[in-house]
Design a protein around this ligand. Structure first.
Ligand SMILES: CCCCCCCC/C=C\CCCCC/C=C/C(=O)SCCNC(=O)CCNC(=O)[C@H](O)C(C)(C)COP(=O)(O)OP(=O)(O)OC[C@H]1O[C@@H](n2cnc3c(N)ncnc32)[C@H](O)[C@@H]1OP(=O)(O)O
Ligand SMILES: Cc1cc2nc3c(=O)[nH]c(=O)nc-3n(C[C@H](O)[C@H](O)[C@H](O)COP(=O)(O)OP(=O)(O)OC[C@H]3O[C@@H](n4cnc5c(N)ncnc54)[C@H](O)[C@@H]3O)c2cc1C
Length: 665
């Protein structure tokens, strides 16, 4: 705890119990305690220091990542941490690295697509780090279009092996994290060819490097694909390139849970949807939604605390300067982001529940919710990552000039975060998947088929297509039913409009292609409805703690009315609300900002982030920003010498030359 709390006055104005809000944010009292313990464990360990990260060269940074990963593993083993604790510890280490892919994709791919026998063989090796794995799907030529991958896995019945081959330059695996330098194994996605027939993409476990000296195995060419956006940031990750020259693997290294190749080379597909092959991506997409709320809340925490510390311009009578957080423009930019952080947290929790539920159903051979899981994970991944990436940049601007310094933590957070809009599915490609499912659902309405899950509202088509909002005062917008109805009507009408336009095209496919920009917007409207709905549902639950429910209610309204204001064109164009009702929503939004203002600092305190995890001099808990900024500047390598290197070669001769010229005049 800080000795002098420059934000004490801010904390004193909070009208709710911050400790109970921490519980609401984390999900349970247990979750708060575990997270707290792990965060402090990391913060107090000098190996996990990260304040110098942006000053390291790529090689130093990569070695630092290896060191941290090894040290984290040592601590996990020494302290006998549970899986939950270990995950949190890695999260607080906060440095992307090969372990993310090992635990996050390699292990889940084997769990999801391997037979019991295969799991029994490979998982213990992975669990003890006797092998290190990555997820090698994307190629130089194709990422989004998975069916377009070119790597081949041809079955050779003579030797009972698959021959893995990269037939073209564009078939080189390109991007997999952990592949470049660290992994010994990969789950490789390749076209399965047997008995002369191409059966499409399947997963194979392939060893890449020697377990003795880490050198590439014969026929394997691999390396790192090069430096990436920003200093520090995602450059700690060894995203890699990989080519195979007729590399042989035993038949039983094909992941055979969904389909098999027999000893004779016969292809057998189990009676399950082929999309289960994409299961690892669905799993990771739901983790990415949870991660979005973490990244967004970090940026918002920095911007809120700093905005409370920073003062600019005085009162007209020469009194004290104004905290920038008091400017209405600062509030209208920042508070919707604060509300979005909470909204993403709660929708992330719900998505995690949905994923668990779908997984249990799949195990019982019930595939009915597969489409719902795909639409929700793809859509929520796309919307939450796009908003978060933009929001981090907005937080940088909200911190003025100091936000541009590495020591603010925001440039690195942005650089680490932005690829989330691309990896695990480009956001546009994923939203078009949602749109496809929306169009399918609309087309089935006429046949009387009742939509289910998050599409259930579309079943109220008769009502939602013609309803008119009853809002007649700003306060009316505090009614969750009014909000819910407006969002449902907007989403449905946008989807139906798209479907009508598509039906006028020469073919469904052509119509979809022509209308894809509108379809994107319809998909976003549907996903925003889900986020609003889940926030409203959360607030309806019993939430203990003085004032906690009231604050969450206010944030829920901020989130919904901000989206309504931002996308007012949609609501007006579809006739869901009138211009007057739009203006009333904006009026109410202003009142809500005033309600959030005294609670803002406490609302970010509830994220319970250590100064180490935040990694920002602007976001310090104690608000003692200026001495920290000043001190950080002196740590820059440029300040190691008073006279810079290069002075004698370039500066002195220049200055002397000018002096000489002047003396000749
Ligand atoms: C790893 C760590 C995890 C923790 C995260 C926390 C953050 C930590 C921070 C840092 C670490 C980050 C690590 C990042 C690692 C990144 C890894 C990757 O990027 S891996 C590669 C990911 N690649 C993609 O996502 C590719 C995107 N493309 C696709 O998914 C597909 O090709 C497609 C776009 C969906 C198209 O598929 P396809 O051509 O097969 O078909 P369609 O004709 O469109 O669809 C056919 C039917 O299949 C349905 N469908 C499609 N996908 C799915 C699915 N996933 N599940 C269920 N159903 C699916 C589709 O709806 C169609 O259905 P019908 O209409 O026929 O009914
Ligand atoms: C940091 C990072 C880490 C990664 N880690 C891994 C990993 O561990 N393993 C792995 O296998 N892969 C990994 N990837 C690859 C990643 O999954 C792909 O980059 C991603 O799926 C996007 O595919 P792409 O690069 O082919 O983009 P493209 O599909 O080429 O996208 C280019 C542009 O085309 C647009 N576009 C493409 N298709 C359509 C369409 N049908 N309609 C409209 N617009 C379209 C996109 O919106 C985009 O604007 C990683 C990528 C990054 C950046």
């Amino acid at each position: 705890m800080a000795e002098v709390d420059h934000l004490a006055a801010e904390r004193a104005t909070a009208r709710f119990d911050v400790e109970e809000m921490k519980v609401a944010w984390a999900g349970s009292r247990h979750a708060v305690h575990v997270a707290d313990r792990m965060a402090r464990l990391v913060a107090s360990d000098p190996v996990f220091r990260k304040d110098n990260r942006t000053m390291l060269s790529r090689k130093e940074l990569f070695k630092d990542t290896l060191r941290k990963a090894a040290h984290a593993w040592k601590r996990i083993v020494e302290l006998r941490l549970t899986e939950e604790e270990a995950d949190l510890l890695r999260q607080y280490v906060d440095q992307p690295g090969y372990v993310d892919l090992h635990w996050g994709m390699f292990v889940p791919a084997i769990k999801g697509q391997g037979t019991e026998e295969q799991q029994h063989k490979w998982l213990p090796l992975a669990y003890k780090f006797q092998i290190i794995g990555c997820y090698a799907q994307t190629e130089l030529g194709h990422g989004s279009n998975v069916q377009g991958l070119e790597t081949t896995a041809t079955f050779d019945p003579k030797t009972d092996e698959f021959v893995i081959h990269s037939p073209t330059l564009t078939s080189s695996k390109w991007w997999p994290g952990g592949l470049g330098k660290a992994s010994t194994h990969a789950v490789v996605y390749a076209r399965l060819i047997t008995e002369g027939k191409d059966y499409g993409i399947h997963g194979f476990i392939v060893q890449l490097r020697s377990l003795e000296d880490h050198s590439p195995l014969p026929g394997v060419t691999l390396g790192d694909i090069g430096g990436k956006f920003g200093s520090g940031a995602y450059n700690s990750m060894d995203n890699g390139v990989l080519r195979f020259d007729h590399v042989r693997i035993p038949r039983d290294q094909m992941l055979m849970r969904l389909s098999q190749v027999t000893r004779e080379g016969k292809y057998v597909h189990s009676n399950v949807p082929k999309q289960l092959l994409y299961g690892t991506m669905v799993y990771v997409r739901q983790s990415i939604v949870a991660d979005a709320s973490k990244a967004l809340s970090r940026a918002v925490c920095i911007a809120v605390r700093y905005s409370a510390v920073r003062k600019q311009f005085g009162s007209q009578d020469g009194g004290p300067e104004t905290q920038v957080l008091n400017y209405k423009t600062q509030q209208s930019r920042l508070f919707p982001l604060l509300a979005s952080a909470y909204a993403f947290r709660f929708v992330g929790d719900w998505l995690n529940w949905l994923y668990t539920d779908v997984t249990q159903k799949l195990e019982a051979k019930d595939f009915s919710t597969l489409q719902e899981a795909h639409a929700c994970t793809a859509g929520l991944k796309a919307v939450t990552t796009s908003v978060t990436a933009d929001a981090i940049e907005e937080c940088r601007k909200l911190c003025g000039g100091h936000g541009y310094l590495n020591s603010s933590g925001l440039p690195e957070l942005f650089a680490v975060y932005v690829p989330a809009c691309t990896y695990e599915g480009d956001n546009v490609v994923l939203l078009l998947q949602v749109a496809r499912i929306l169009m399918k659902t609309v087309s089935q309405l006429a046949s009387g088929k009742q939509p289910v899950g998050t599409m259930a509202y579309m079943g109220k088509v008769q009502y939602l297509m013609q309803c008119k909002s009853a809002v007649s005062s700003a306060e009316d917008w505090l009614n969750p039913d009014a909000i819910q109805e407006a969002f449902e009507a907007r989403a449905l009408r946008m989807a139906v409009n798209c479907a009508q336009n598509i039906s006028q095209a020469a073919s469904q496919e052509e119509g979809f292609y022509e209308r894809s920009p509108d379809l994107l917007e319809a998909a976003v409207a549907h996903i925003q409805l889900i986020i609003v709905t889940k926030f409203i549902e959360k607030v309806h639950q019993e939430i203990p703690g003085h004032g906690v429910k009231e604050q969450l209610q206010a944030l829920c309204n901020v989130y919904a009315l901000y989206i309504l204001h931002k996308h007012l064109g949609d609501f007006l164009a579809t006739g869901c609300i009138t211009p007057r009702q739009g203006a009333l929503a904006n009026e109410q939004l202003g009142k809500l900002y005033a309600q959030v203002r005294p609670n803002a600092v406490a609302l970010v305190d509830a994220f319970n982030y250590t100064d180490h995890y935040l990694g920002s001099v602007l976001g310090r808990y104690d608000g003692d920003v200026y001495p920290a900024l000043y001190e950080e500047a002196w740590k820059d390598p440029l300040n190691e010498t008073v006279v810079p290197e290069g002075y004698h070669e370039y500066l002195r001769p220049l200055i002397k030359q000018q002096q000489l010229k002047l003396s000749r005049l």
